[in-house]
Design a protein around this ligand. Structure first.
Ligand code: F3S
Length: 74
C-alpha cells in the first residue's frame, strides 16, 4: 500500500515543521501555508519521515491516507 500525504488547509497555521522534515513532499504557498506537492504520494523511502512530520505538526493538520494503487492490488 502506498501512502498519500494530505494537508488540511483549514488547520495549517504555517509552523513550517513539515517543510523542514519533508521538503520533497511539502510546498509552502505565498501566505506561508503548507500543501502537499503534486499528488501527495509518499515514496517508500520517505514514509518514516512523513510519519514524523504528521506527529510534529502542532495543529494536527497533516495526515496520511492509504491509497490503493493498481500495483498493490495484484
Ligand atoms: Fe502547517 Fe503544520 Fe506544516 S501548521 S506548515 S502543516 S507543520
Amino acid at each position: 500500500k502506498r501512502m498519500r500525504l494530505v494537508v488540511a488547509a483549514e488547520k495549517c497555521q504555517g509552523h513550517n515543521r513539515c517543510r523542514q522534515l519533508i521538503p520533497d513532499l511539502i510546498e509552502i504557498d505565498d501566505l506561508g501555508f503548507a500543501h502537499a506537492k503534486g499528488d501527495g504520494l509518499v515514496p517508500p523511502a520517505l514514509a518514516e519521515k512523513a510519519r514524523l512530520a504528521v506527529r510534529n505538526c502542532p495543529e494536527y493538520a497533516l495526515r496520511l491516507e492509504s491509497v490503493d494503487t493498481p500495483e498493490s492490488q495484484s
